[in-house]
Write a protein that binds this ligand. Structure first.
Ligand code: SAM
Length: 305
């Protein structure tokens, strides 16, 4: 079944007495070239010689799921909308490598879920990716949940996170320091992964047509905070505390974006101390958070604490 054909999408929804639900961010893909390209981009980060699984968040009527089934050994799709579960059973009946789980992604215990569904693949040295056309209303919380469900001292178990999101957020994730798009989320993600904007997708590829343009990003986890800052504490507990300090420093720095770093973090760190630390790092004393890389934040947090 061609699950991206607008007529097929409409008739499947009609058959199950459904209409796209705004509250769940339902904008279904209706151009097959888009999900095929997303699935290919996702698979390009997996090791072709090893077993590979993928988690999909929000399969909808299965537009992307069908291509993931053709690309991966195992697909587990998490869908919040109970009404879509029987529809997906029919739409994906030709695939025996897919499991649809009815759940709210934000409420699942992610490490337990990954172990339950992909323990065999990981034990065999295979990879697990995450791939989705994310509902716009929870784009950032979903990405942060994926990144924050595991300790910062470890490499995440995901080979890649390839997701379609609002163009504006995609730009922020992949921004370089010093640009307008650079923000706390850019720096926070850089502590765990490298984010790259892969390609843009215009609003006309969806039903219903969303108000915003979209883009696909690839988030490729690296080895954790010690890869960004090799001087981070060797002891794991100490390193986790250090990571918390870095995270807090980033939030403070961007909480008052227009202020210099010295002023924006003054509620926690005395101004003279921050000034001294900036000088010792070879940075301008009037620098703002938006000019600092994840590595700079690590260095500053290390010297401040
Ligand atoms: N993958 C389909 C496609 O590309 O056409 C649908 C994408 S649509 C933008 C987002 C999907 O995520 C919808 O099916 C929606 O019901 C589902 N969804 C929304 N919130 C969710 C949540 N918290 N957990 C799991 N699925 C969710």
């Amino acid at each position: 079944m061609q699950l991206c054909n607008p007529q097929v999408v409409r008739s499947l929804l009609e058959k199950y007495s459904l209409a796209p639900k705004k509250a769940f961010g339902q904008n279904f893909l209706i151009n097959p070239m888009v999900p095929e390209r997303i699935a290919d981009a996702s698979a390009s980060f997996a090791d072709a010689d090893k077993p590979a699984g993928v988690i999909e968040i929000g399969p909808g009527v299965g537009a992307l799921t069908q291509y993931l089934c053709q690309t991966y050994d195992k697909v587990v799709a998490i869908e919040i909308d109970r009404g879509l579960i029987p529809l997906l059973g029919e739409a994906l009946e030709e695939y025996d490598n897919v499991t649809v789980v009815e759940a709210d992604f934000m409420k699942i215990d992610l490490p337990a879920f990954v172990n339950e569904h992909f323990g065999d693949i990981l034990a065999a040295g295979g990879t697990v990716g995450v791939c989705a056309n994310l509902p716009y209303y929870i784009t950032t919380p979903v990405i942060m949940k994926l990144l924050e469900s595991y300790p910062m001292t470890e490499k995440l178990p995901f080979s890649s996170i390839v997701v379609m999101i609002q163009l504006e957020v995609a730009r922020r994730l992949a921004a370089k320091e010093g640009t307008d798009d650079y923000g706390s989320i850019t720096a926070a993600i850089a502590l765990r992964a490298k984010a790259e904007k892969l390609f843009d997708v215009s609003a006309g590829n969806f039903h219903p047509v969303p108000k915003v343009a979209s883009a696909v990003v690839g988030i490729i986890p690296h080895g954790g905070i010690r890869e960004v800052y090799p001087d981070a504490p060797a002891d794991n507990d100490e390193c986790l505390k250090f990571a918390d300090n870095v995270g807090e420093l980033i939030s403070l720095a961007f909480g008052q974006r227009r202020k210099t770093l010295v002023n924006s973090i003054s509620s926690k760190y005395p101004k003279d101390k921050t000034t001294e630390v900036l000088k010792s790092c070879g940075l301008r004393v009037d620098i703002r958070g938006e000019k600092l890389s994840a590595q700079d934040f690590c260095k500053i947090a290390d010297k401040l604490n």
